[in-house]
Design a protein around this ligand. Structure first.
Ligand code: PLP
Length: 438
């Protein structure tokens, strides 16, 4: 039976590559027809055929308060009525920069002294890397296998044949020479990081790391891992870039950095990147860091960076409205919702005797079909991936919209109330049975 989603997907594929504007949306790893969404409110999304689902994608993170939060929407509407874009500084940008800087504080540390607003997480990490290179006068970058930082060339690099060897292009279209500026090491492996610094230390500008990995499934960082990276980088005169695009203002009010500092693993990153929640669902991202580093950006410094729509007033309004409402109570609700989904998920999978792990970082969690939570990308790939397809489709059929890949985190929102959570709980046993059969 075809429905409006099938019609739209078929039509979309004739005018848009693969029918989608970001590959994971095409359901490539789970098969079937992606749901074309028509609207979203609170914990729910509605597809083009008029079917409603409880949503655990949350636009891949931004919808912290729930979709279309009335006060966030009103803030955007008010901003829109004043003009869509000026290409000039605005008061709102100053307010948002201050909000970001004042939230990223813990243990007496305040790593964000200045903020630059951009439009996407990709731009934020790309700029952070250029800045680190400009500050250090060095070219090489260390990144971790399975960490995702957006789609700029140097970050789409695949591990070379040995730990201290330069990377290879991770996709067609990335020049070998660009990939060779990146060193890819296994996540969590401090010895490997020390080895690349021993081999190339004087040429390394920065280490970039996801504050907590959430793009190879959720991986809990080993205790003190990021702090150790800061020590290694700083001892060699390199910078540490902590990518909080996904985790920032989601896992904890002060992001994953704040969560780790409060857990007793204090450290000072040089640059942090933010996205998703910080734009409240509008295109906005940011980088922030030490004043002397940030001041190296143009116009104060020699590192060029710019953007026609940077600091767009509608995006800024959504970001301010979201961060102002991301109160401790919101994180309590997110944690309570995560507790409930995780309990139901564990119960359903255990009842079917399925090997599973549910790694969790603050309010963020994921699912892996293996006995122990993955610690790196190799372990994340070494799971019973095939079980996810029947599980995913059974959830979808039962009215729950999950991220369509086993390597993506599940996102709850503050709008996941009792009714929404109960629908997830009702759907899970059938999905676990489907996974056990498949
Ligand atoms: N960094 C991390 C950790 C991300 O998860 C993402 C996107 O998922 C990005 C960077 C890139 O952000 P964007 O998709 O806004 O370009």
């Amino acid at each position: 039976m075809t429905d409006r989603n099938d019609e739209l997907f078929s039509h979309a594929r004739s005018v848009i590559p693969g029918g989608v504007n970001s590959p994971v949306r095409a359901y490539g790893s789970v098969g079937g027809t992606p749901r074309f969404l028509a609207s979203a409110r609170g914990a729910y999304v509605t597809d083009a055929a008029g079917r409603e689902y409880v949503d655990l994608v949350a636009s891949w993170g931004p919808a912290l308060l729930g979709h279309a939060h009335p006060e966030v929407v009103a803030a955007v509407q008010e901003a829109a009525a004043q003009g869509l874009s000026f290409g000039a500084p605005t008061e709102g940008e100053v307010r948002l920069a201050e909000l970001i800087a004042s939230r990223v504080r813990a243990g007496g540390l305040a790593p964000v002294e200045e903020v630059r607003l951009v439009s996407t997480g990709t731009e934020a990490t790309m700029t952070a890397i250029r800045l680190a290179r400009g500050v250090t006068g060095r070219d090489l970058l260390v990144k971790f296998d399975g960490n995702y930082h957006g789609h700029s060339d140097g970050l789409l690099a695949a591990a070379g044949s040995g730990v201290a060897t330069l990377a290879l292009p991770g996709t067609a279209g990335v020049p070998a020479g660009v990939a060779a500026e990146t060193l890819v090491v296994p996540y969590g492996d401090l010895d490997a990081v020390r080895a690349v610094f021993a081999a190339h230390g004087e040429r390394i500008a920065a280490i970039i790391v996801e504050a907590a990995p959430a793009n190879m499934g959720v991986v809990e960082p080993p205790a003190g891992f990021n702090a150790a990276l800061a020590d290694i980088a700083h001892a060699a005169g390199a910078l540490l870039i902590v990518d909080e695009v996904l985790t920032g203002f989601r896992v904890h009010p002060a992001g994953e950095w704040g969560r780790q500092v409060e857990a007793g693993h204090a450290y000072l990153p040089d640059i942090l990147t933010f996205g998703k929640v910080v734009g409240g669902g509008m295109p906005l991202a940011a980088l922030g860091g030490r004043r002397d580093v940030m001041e190296q950006l143009a116009p104060t410094g020699p590192v060029y960076q710019a953007g026609t729509l940077s600091g767009n007033p509608l995006s800024v309004a959504a970001g301010i409205a979201t961060l102002e409402r991301a109160t401790p109570e919101v994180y309590d609700r997110l944690n309570a919702a995560a507790d409930r989904v995780i309990a139901a998920l564990t119960g359903a999978l255990a009842a079917e005797g399925l090997a599973h792990a549910i790694p969790r970082v603050g309010t963020l969690f994921g699912l892996a079909f293996r006995d122990a939570a993955p610690r790196d990308y190799d372990e994340a790939k070494a799971q019973d991936q095939a079980r996810f397809t029947p599980f995913f489709h059974a959830m979808l059929d039962a009215g729950v919209h999950l991220p369509p890949s086993i390597f993506e985190a599940w996102f709850v929102t503050a709008a996941h109330d009792d009714a929404a959570l109960a629908r997830i709980e009702e759907a899970l046993p059938g999905a676990a049975r489907a996974a056990a059969r498949g």
